[in-house]
Ligand binder design. Structure first.
Ligand code: PZK
Length: 308
């Protein structure tokens, strides 16, 4: 049970499954700013499409700090939304787990890059030998390394509805050609850079969802708005992290961060029946602590920094 943080000087814009968006209130006018957002990450965790009753202490901080580190690793590929990650723009109440960002015009497409085949991409491949219109060779299985990373966009469905896969032609029809090619190439470049860095640290990034926004006040040389990297990037909540030393195509891969949670929930000791439709039970303290340690391990392995 987690309630939303009281944030004096801010107005709640949106509450998601594990994060909230606030607008800072301009102290001189008392009106919510239209040009900035405060992104606040909570310690909530999801598993099997449920938000669990248990929180993972420090998860919001670890993922926020990891995302900030990735933004820095990607600045030669794309500018990012970050204005400030510290005081006074970020209130003490949410220190470490919030970022003040530039409010952007969001590109209305889920930009997904896949380096390995699993999940909905695998299901589509089994039906059609292709994913989002991209043909793939025969003989791939769950967890296979793809011949090269692919762009598999999907619709941004309203909350509660399922995202639908889109072809590149459908993306082009929705957002226009120069932008469609730009977000495709950026998605692949971000995943590629991510895997270059992560592979050296024993982590595979199977796939990732990235969000882009447009800054129309910053047209490029061709008059196109600047495309800016938004939301969170290359975190375990936006990407599948797999432990490289356990990768074995042909079966479901272990999850870097959530494996203890899944194993416990589906074991007989949890008393939970996934097919019952009942919400899952609260996690035992040792599972919470082991999961917290995995998030910190991912942060420390990738960044080479100590999580403080
Ligand atoms: C934006 N989200 C997803 C993130 C949530 C929901 N820079 C931006 N400008 C405009 N809109 C967004 C962003 C960003 N980032 C992000 N939805 C809209 C989201 C965090 C918490 F509840």
């Amino acid at each position: 049970m987690s309630r939303l943080p009281e944030l004096p000087g801010h107005s709640l814009v949106y509450s998601g499954k594990v994060r909230e968006l606030y607008a800072p209130i301009d102290p001189s006018t008392g009106v919510a700013r239209q040009d900035q957002l405060l992104l606040v990450a909570s310690d909530r965790i999801s598993a099997y499409d449920y938000i669990l009753d248990s929180e993972i202490p420090d998860k919001g901080k670890v993922l926020t700090q990891l995302s900030l580190w990735w933004f820095e690793q990607l600045t030669d590929i794309i500018p990012n939304q970050v204005i400030s990650a510290g005081p006074p723009e970020v209130p003490d109440a949410v220190a470490g787990r919030a970022v003040l960002v530039q409010r952007l015009e969001m590109v209305p497409v889920e930009c997904i890059g896949r380096a390995y085949l699993t999940g909905s991409g695998l299901a589509e491949y089994r039906q059609s030998s292709s994913v989002c219109g991209v043909p793939l060779p025969a003989g791939l299985s769950d967890g296979s390394l793809l011949p090269s990373p692919i762009f598999t966009p999907s619709t941004k469905a309203p909350i509660g509805e399922h995202d639908q896969p889109m072809t590149f032609a459908e993306v082009e029809a929705q957002i226009g050609m120069p932008l469609a090619a730009r977000v495709r190439d950026l998605t692949i470049a971000i995943l590629g850079r991510g895997n270059e860095i992560a592979a050296a640290r024993g982590i595979l990034l199977a796939d990732t969802k990235v969000e882009f926004g447009l800054d129309r006040s910053r047209p490029d040389a061709d008059g196109n708005p600047t495309v800016v990297l938004a939301d969170e990037v290359l975190t375990p909540d936006s990407s599948r992290f797999w432990p490289a030393d356990r990768w074995q195509p042909g079966r479901a891969q272990d999850s870097y961060d959530k494996q203890f949670v899944r194993d416990w929930l589906t074991s007989s000791v949890s008393g939970w029946d996934r097919s019952s439709g009942d919400a899952p039970p609260a996690l035992p303290d040792d599972i919470i602590e082991a999961t917290r340690a995995k998030y910190i391990e991912a942060f420390e392995s990738l960044t080479g920094r100590v999580f403080a």
